[in-house]
Ligand binder design. Structure first.
Ligand code: ATP
Ligand code: MG
Length: 366
């Protein structure tokens, strides 16, 4: 069990600046997920924590000790990769115990740890099998078992589920969460899948181009993104961004989307937004679930408008509708029975109590 701290950590590969100064405090027992697009520096950051990459600047602290110059084997961490090659000639028990044997751990201690890990992972009945007699998900569990038996200070995972099919990924995601709830080892988990990040993390770290964009709980990031990048990266279907202006009309602040479409800004936001009247390059950020079919009862800050629907996608429990506003393709989520039809006009409702105003020049949420 340990805290992990990154202080101004930098990684340079020749002229490529892969990680450009990352500061992060990870609490003991915390489950942290690093998420971001391909090439943003997630694996590099993880590998620097593991000691598999030298750092070009800054400090890495594990359990109170600066480990910059400590070799990987002495950092007391266990890593699970996407390619978690098991030894094909060894059975599950031998695969899980191999590392402990190398460390000359007493045989009864090995036996106790392997059986306990097998129980946590629900693979007790597979201990005699060889890897080729296991399904993909079972092999993944064995790879996790190998990490658990070492009882390390920190678990590091790099896209451990990306070789599995969609259904198994979801299942194993739940398994990993259950395991963490049992063993509580500090965990840093890398994925480019924002759903995986949201579902697993105590806190999510969104990375972009070698820097941290935002750190927060899944709900924080979802409801209060601080940048357009985070707003657009977290959530599926993604948040809509509609070019807009703020105007003062008859003493009230209005959000103008097109010549014929404008809506009053929620009263709770007027003080905050007044300074941006007339500012160019503003965007309204609104999630698809905040654009719905019209309903008999209307709440404050909700506004109805008519749109010609271009595409309709039935999802079962909801239907996605697509239309264009001010050149932007917009997605809304409507009731499957709301009668949405491609090419037809539909009365929709925007819930501006959940709006975001974005400065598209700086990429900041205002
Ligand atoms: N050994 C290396 N030599 C030179 N450049 C590297 C090396 N390893 C990584 N990079 C570069 O560093 C940047 C970050 O790479 P990294 O592997 O950390 O990305 P990532 O966020 O894990 O991406 P992915 O989601 O594709 O795995 C990329 O631009 C990559 O090309
Ligand atoms: Mg990677």
């Amino acid at each position: 069990m340990a805290q992990v701290t990154l202080r101004k950590v930098i990684k340079k590969y020749d002229e490529v600046l892969a990680v450009r100064g990352v500061d992060l405090d990870i609490a003991d027992k915390e489950f942290i997920v690093l998420v971001g697009p391909s090439g943003c520096g997630k694996s590099t950051t993880l590998r620097m924590i593991a000691g598999l990459e030298e750092i070009s600047g800054g400090d890495i602290v594990i359990g109170g000790d600066v480990v910059n110059d400590v070799p990987p084997k002495d950092r007391d961490i266990a890593m699970v990769f996407q390619n978690y090659a098991l030894y094909p000639h060894m059975n599950v028990y031998e695969n899980m115990s191999f590392g402990l044997k190398l460390k000359k751990t007493p045989r009864d201690e090995i036996d106790r740890r392997v059986k306990q890990a097998a129980q946590i992972l629900d693979i007790t009945e597979l201990l005699d099998r060889k890897p080729k007699q296991l399904s993909g998900g079972q092999r993944q569990r064995v790879a996790m078992g190998r990490a658990i038996v070492r009882d390390p200070k920190v678990f590091l995972f790099d896209e451990p589920l990306s070789n599995l099919d969609a259904k198994l990924r979801v299942q194993m995601r739940t398994e990993i969460k259950k395991v963490h709830q049992k063993v509580r080892t500090t965990t840093v988990y890398v994925t480019h899948d924002q759903v995986e990040a949201m579902t697993l993390a105590d806190r999510v770290v969104v990375m972009n181009a070698g820097l941290i964009e935002q750190v927060g709980s899944p709900n924080d990031l979802y409801h209060s993104p601080t940048t357009k990048f985070v707003a657009g990266f977290i959530g599926s279907p993604a948040m809509n961004f509609i070019p807009c202006h703020l105007e003062q009309a008859a003493g009230a602040l209005r959000l103008r989307l097109t010549d014929s479409l404008s809506m009053p800004v929620p009263a709770s936001r007027t003080a905050r937004y007044t300074a941006f009247v007339g500012r160019p390059n503003l965007m309204l950020g609104l999630r698809p679930e905040h654009i719905m079919e019209t309903r008999p009862h209307i709440e404050p800050d909700q506004h109805d408008f008519n749109m010609t629907i271009e595409v309709v996608e039935p999802m079962g429990m909801e239907t996605l509708v697509y239309f264009t506003v001010n050149g932007a393709e917009i997605c809304g989520r409507v009731n499957p029975n709301a009668g949405a039809a491609a090419g037809q006009s539909m009365k929709l409702r925007a819930d501006l109590s959940n709006m975001h105003l974005i400065d598209d020049t700086t990429g900041k949420v205002l």
